[in-house]
Design a protein around this ligand. Structure first.
Ligand code: DGL
Length: 261
């Protein structure tokens, strides 16, 4: 599994809880975060590099692109070129979103790269659901999370400004279309109001992975043993251990450094 930094830990949590016997290698590319403002071509190059590393160095049986920006940039290509199944977070998130809305007026927030790519607009359209979609990019949110700041006045002020168009649009359900954003859920909910339901892609992605592993006969037998969890960071390993552990929990213990050549 990989993300630009800590965001994918929201998906890792759901996966560890649902499939405790599976081994997990998590790459947080904190040396090159944020991905959101980068050209999609560059994010695609990073995604290929990390996916290749997971297959070659760790011999993984499945790859989770636990990052919306990288999913928007590279999921299709990775699915065609990698020798193992590759799962993204956009389609599972959209499934939760469409299932949760009552009024049919839905919203998605994400990075500049994700929203600009049109991937969510296309994925919602592909469901065939009769809904009205409002989207907003939220530049700056990821940087707050990477600093471990999820509820300061500053992040609140930024959220007020970035989410104002969605409040005015009158949506009833909001998809957090960046895996970092669940860490900001309290702030986002304060701004949007309690009547707006927040959904994210983590649980649905974990269910999708469970289904795929079963279908391909790749799942470890239930309760066989507790999986091993290895974390790699391309940035400061100590910061990753300290902050990441406060976000994921005690499973985040073994953090190693990874460098790209
Ligand atoms: N967590 C990522 C996402 O879901 C990337 C955020 C970033 O690095 O800008 O898009």
């Amino acid at each position: 599994m990989f993300d630009s930094g800590f965001g994918g830990l929201t998906v890792a949590r759901a996966l560890i809880d649902l499939l405790p016997e599976e081994d997990l290698v998590y790459v947080g590319d904190t040396g090159r975060y944020p991905y959101g403002p980068r050209p999609l071509d560059q994010v695609r190059t990073f995604a290929h590099q990390i996916a290749g590393h997971l297959v070659e160095r760790h011999d993984v049986k499945l790859i989770v692109v636990a990052c919306n920006t990288a999913s928007a940039a590279a999921l299709g290509e990775l699915q065609q070129t990698m020798p193992v199944p590759v799962v993204g977070v956009i389609e599972p998130g959209v499934r939760s979103l469409v299932a949760a809305t009552r009024s049919g007026h839905i919203g998605v927030i994400g990075t500049v790269g994700t929203i600009g790519s049109g991937a969510y607009q296309a994925a919602v359209g592909a469901t065939g659901a009769s809904v009205t979609l409002s989207c907003a990019a939220c530049p700056g949110f990821v940087e707050f999370v990477e600093r471990g700041d999820t509820d300061s006045d500053q992040v609140h002020v930024l959220a007020e400004r970035l989410l104002a168009p969605l409040r005015e649009a009158g949506i009833d359900t909001l998809l957090l279309g960046c895996t970092h954003y669940p860490f900001l859920a309290r702030t986002i909910s304060d701004v949007m109001g309690r009547e707006v339901v927040l959904v994210d892609s983590a649980d649905e992605t974990a269910f999708r992975i469970r289904g795929l592993l079963a279908e391909l006969d790749l799942a470890r037998p239930l309760g066989e043993r507790v999986g091993r969890h290895v974390f790699e960071s391309s940035g400061d390993v100590e910061v990753f251990r300290r902050l990441g552990r406060s976000m994921l929990g005690p499973e985040l213990d073994d953090v190693r450094s990874v460098a790209w050549t």
